[in-house]
Design a protein around this ligand. Sequence first.
Ligand code: NAD
Ligand code: MG
Length: 391
Amino acid sequence: MKKLSILGATGSIGQNALSIVEKFPDRFSVAALTGKTNLELLARQIDRFSPDIAAVFDENGAAELKTLLPSGCRTEVIHGEEAYIAAATHPAVDMVVSAMVGGAGLLPTVAAINAKKDIALANKETLVMAGDLVMEKARENNVRILPVDSEHSAIFQCIAGNRRADLEKIFLTASGGPFLDRGKADFASITVEDALAHPTWQMGSKITIDSATMMNKGLEVIEAKHLFGVSHESIEVLIHPQSIIHSMVAFLDGTVIAQMGIPDMKGAIAHALAYPERLPIGVPLPDFPAIGNLSFRAPDLIKFQCLALAFNACESGGTLPAVLNAANEIAVSAFLARRIGFDQIPGVIKETMDLHVPVMSPALNDILAADRWARDATQNRIYKSKGKATA
Ligand code: NAD
Ligand code: MG
């Protein structure tokens, strides 16, 4: 029986992970759950999975959650940053599913690694912000980081059984999002609703916007660099609108191995949860005749400037990726709050990046300081300017 802690249980990945737990009750149990919003769902999850602890963001959330739980519920409700750390380091837990969204995932994930828990990693921001440090801690603690991000799960599966020394290149595929074929001149008129309508994947709102700007792919390049210990030059982003090939790996002899499946995150989540076994999760095979063609093209870095910004941050390293990530989080929430236009997102991020003096080989404190600085700097420019930001 593998005991899980699910950080971000109420999110898209968290709910999918729990649906797998529910299907295989003899394999998995839940010792800890965390959430921030949607406390009614968290209460139902607690009722269904009876974790020892449930952690929420603040005192009000904890009080509200308690009123939603059935009488006699034995789950201890805790709150705050330390509560998330407690959920990530619960002594009974074998594996932590890191599925919070954003930089909030970093400290609980690092705490879980320090507590020698294996990690099923969905929270790509952890590696974007602190990849060198996190991978080093994982090695020191003999902790396995199993990718949940579908592309990284694909790469992991394609590499399996091959010698690392024979790896030549990674092709990181991207659907291209909803605006792949929209002219850049029309980007100013893109609404929140347009950007939230992803053509192939069902996901939380932040990553859905990141997919529309293609920042998501940029974050994934940084994630792949750290996870697989490769240079950024050996990662090529490839637009593949059908989202059937989740990524590919090329070897020295010219062989390319691809991993395929329908776009459903349950495949990658189940792979991480049960590794090295595979679970019969009921995801149907791709209907190849109906799909017809698998197509590929190079990304347009002029149109999708966020991808170019992420390449820059990846190449520079130090604290710049953490600044890119923080500025992006603020810009995305400002777009979702209708404070800035879709076309302004890259400019807002770039301005913050340009103002930053990176610290190279940063310690965790340097990364957290850069993250805080970038959030404040971006927020101040957006919200202190009258009306819409001009970036
Ligand atoms: P989501 O928005 O659906 O869920 C996020 C979860 O984190 C929720 O439980 C929410 O309550 C919690 N949360 C939000 N802010 C928090 C905070 N400040 N502190 C603590 N908890 C907080 O997000 P998602 O789509 O499930 O994505 C989660 C992570 O997985 C992200 O890092 C995303 O990039 C990654 N990911 C998601 C998908 C996907 O298909 N959804 C695919 C690949 C990677
Ligand atoms: Mg992905």
